[in-house]
Ligand binder design. Structure first.
Ligand SMILES: NC(=O)c1ccc[n+]([C@@H]2O[C@H](COP(=O)([O-])OP(=O)(O)OC[C@H]3O[C@@H](n4cnc5c(N)ncnc54)[C@H](O)[C@@H]3O)[C@@H](O)[C@H]2O)c1
Length: 385
């Protein structure tokens, strides 16, 4: 089911809602999307007042304090879910039932069972889906994938991935939905390691088995930042997540994520070792890739620092000059370009709900491994890569 234009209904206008709103505008300019074919139609938030204020700020035509009315609005083609994790399933299932395409932030769901239900509903209804695993949209990461696919570093034998941030490093930061299982699911695992797992499977191969460890470091947090008498709440999900993995091609990997790693702001990095060379990437310098190819005079071998430019995928849309660098919101604009192509021009969308369900399956396996203190096999959900 395709439409001639894409009219967006955005649910949630916090951190990610704003990033999406910026990306809709940027995608129109960067990718020359024809006038009127991408329209920011309606914004829903928790209250009508908040929704009205944010719609004005972020350039949406109309607003509502009830996401259900957005879903049933005839002038919405795609429902963009930027609400907290626990709402993804309910909103997505309602949107699918109303025949809308769905673009959801990650993680798709709180667990694999919910993700499967969402995937199967979308496939039965024939609507398009896309999940916001934006790091694979970065031109630098797209180029890394090209290098691996054409064999420049040989067979991949190892993936070392880290996603560390410090947004909860201060033990006195107050309680929020992110710390409760019913609203967030797992902690650093769902929030940060979900990106890393998706990135690793995208760049290397499916993850087939793993052994994991999880830890809550700051067990209690104040319920209020300005009222000491309010007491403390017990943190229900992991601050740190570690895993050893095996990929389907035989490669090994280690993945770690932390939300309490002081000094790390967007500390997603990976090092990929192949039989002929290596790649190193760090999201905090997201327009650079280090490449080592084991050939030539050993005296002059070393890592080459490549700055992305117009010759790399999707960079030129933003800048004609090499090495000027892109930002987080530009990756989101690439994601929105993909969404537009999928919905208006029927292009395949990736990663879709099915692919995101495989991520949820891996995250569930991490919890299973941690609870059993053992290696576990990871079920494969027939994802077409
Ligand atoms: N892709 C990424 O890199 C990335 C980064 C951060 C967050 N996320 C994901 O984005 C989602 C939102 O996270 P965030 O950091 O923007 O959270 P946030 O708390 O900043 O924003 C959540 C928004 O949802 C709204 N909301 C809450 N209940 C609602 C309801 N019943 N109806 C309508 N709106 C409601 C809130 O008012 C707020 O505007 C999460 O799933 C998160 O995992 C993705």
């Amino acid at each position: 089911m395709t439409v001639k234009k894409m009219r967006v209904g955005l649910v949630g206008s916090g951190y990610m809602g704003k990033a999406h709103a910026i990306a809709y505008r940027n995608a129109i300019a960067a990718f020359a999307i024809p006038q009127g074919q991408l329209h920011c139609e309606m914004l829903a938030d928790a209250t009508p007042e908040l929704a009205e204020m944010k719609a004005l700020e972020l350039g949406f035509q109309r607003s509502t304090g009830d996401w259900k009315s957005l879903i049933h609005d005839p002038n919405i083609d795609v429902v963009d879910i930027c609400a907290p994790n626990f709402l993804h399933k309910e909103i997505a299932l309602a949107a699918i039932a109303a025949g809308k395409h769905v673009y959801s932030e990650k993680p798709l769901a709180l667990n694999a069972a919910d993700a499967r239900e969402m995937t199967e509903a979308a496939e039965r209804a024939g609507v398009k889906t896309l999940v916001g695993f934006n790091y694979i949209k970065n031109p630098t990461v797209q180029f890394a994938k090209q290098l691996i696919a054409r064999g420049d570093i040989g067979e991949v034998v190892h993936f070392r991935g880290v996603f560390n941030e410090d947004y909860l490093a201060d033990a006195n930061l107050p309680f929020s939905w992110r710390l409760q299982k019913q609203f967030a699911g797992t902690g650093a695992l769902n929030d940060l390691a979900s990106h890393l797992v998706q990135l690793a499977t995208h760049l290397v191969a499916p993850i087939v088995s793993l052994c994991a460890d999880l830890k809550v470091v700051h067990q209690y947090r104040p319920l209020s930042s300005n009222d000491a008498k309010a007491g403390v709440g017990e943190v229900e999900n992991d601050d740190q997540a570690h895993m050893m993995v095996r990929f389907a091609n035989g490669a090994q990997g280690t993945l770690e994520a932390s939300r309490i790693a002081w000094g790390r702001k967007n500390g997603l990095s990976f090092e990929i070792t192949g039989t002929k060379g290596s790649l190193i990437f760090d999201q905090e310098t997201l327009s650079e890739l280090s490449l080592y190819i084991a050939e030539g005079n050993p005296q002059t071998q070393g890592f080459k620092r490549i700055l992305v430019g117009p010759e790399h995928p999707d960079y030129q849309a933003f800048c004609v000059s090499a090495g000027h660098g892109l930002g987080f919101n530009d990756m989101k604009a690439v994601e929105i370009r993909d969404l537009f192509q999928g919905i208006v021009h029927d292009a395949p969308l990736w990663p879709d709900f099915r692919a995101a369900t495989q991520v949820n399956i891996i995250l569930d396996s991490v919890v299973e491994s941690y609870e059993k203190k053992a290696w576990v096999e990871v079920e494969q959900y027939d994802v077409n890569r």
